[in-house]
Design a protein around this ligand. Sequence first.
Ligand code: AMP
Length: 403
Amino acid sequence: MNTDTSPVLPGATLGVLGGGQLGRMFVLAARRLGYRTVVFAPEQDPPAGQAADRTVRAPYADLDAVERFAREVDVVTFEFENVPVTAVRAAERHAPVRPSRALLHATQDRLREKRALSSLGLPVAPFAPVREESDLRPALLATRAPAVLKTSGSGYDGHGQRRVGTDEGLAAAWDELDRAPCVLEALVDFRDELSVVGARGLDGEVALYEPFMNRHANHVLDVTLSPAPVPGVVRDAAHEMTRAVLEAFDVVGVLCVEFFLLHDDSLVVNEVAPRPHNSGHVTIDAHRCDQFEQQVRAVCGLPLGSTRQVVRHAATANLLGDLWEDGTPDWPALLADPDVALHLYGKSAARPGRKMGHLTVTGRTIDDAERRARAARAVLREGVARSASSTGRLSAVSARSAR
Ligand code: AMP
């Protein structure tokens, strides 16, 4: 393993495993700091590749290609957690991979992750493994109904999850999930969802953003508010837990801890993302140093930047593929508001639920920022509806709004 600890200075080449929007925003931040970038991704025309100096297109299982890629760069990071550990191991032979494989390994499997978090003394919802039929009854006894059955591996944004209330319901849900290895988790009665993005440098320095408050729709992040309107004790507790994860895994890079905030203001850790997070996109327009620049600094062994929010209050709304349902969103109408910051990820196919971009606005208060973000996003659809009506395409729009 390559354990070189000298800083990787601007002018050097950074490698990213993964080609999605998180890689794209990392690459853009790296370029701003004068680095060259190489993206490794299996798919054609990946969002990160559009912004990088070079893209290596190969499957992660092609370990020779991974090794050639790693030889070309000075440090490697990853932009999603399902990069196979074998690929990371191959890359490590030629360049430091940051954060380390240990964090990736723990977060690739929900059961491993929950066990690791509870062994650190962090509060998680009661959980139990479901690997075979005989696990079903004891699992529901351990968590009690209602509960959520989640696949252990490769789940994201609520995919591979079923709510269950009875033994029969659990058995049926497990069948629906193809009897894959699962975790049963108690359903948490939360008042809000929070996240903390944190960075840790090569020298152990830690930088934490104030918590964000996250609103989900259909299990997918919809709107993020920054800073989360929560008492200082909640912020401090969320920070302490995030720091504990950063230090326990000896992280060099950026991660995000997602929390449930309960009605008594206590916190339960939902999950850990070993990379920048969708909720942290707000930092690009609202904070002194955004989560992607922070990732560049951390993996390059440079001092971390300030996490101070320079424009209070801010809200980010995700733009999902659904917005394209009736035609191209009305970008000019959106941008007619000069205060809207628009980010599009360069994805050509807009499928429902697919994250295509986001927008960020600021407000006098956090409620004002949330209202403005939702209103700005609504403009995108309204414009399409107007132009559809003038070209005789009104029927689909009015049929939907009549429902
Ligand atoms: P996840 O993919 O585990 O982050 O889940 C996506 C979303 O589903 C979360 O952000 C919550 O809104 C909801 N969810 C997941 N697990 C639970 C739980 N144990 N109790 C209540 N809601 C949950």
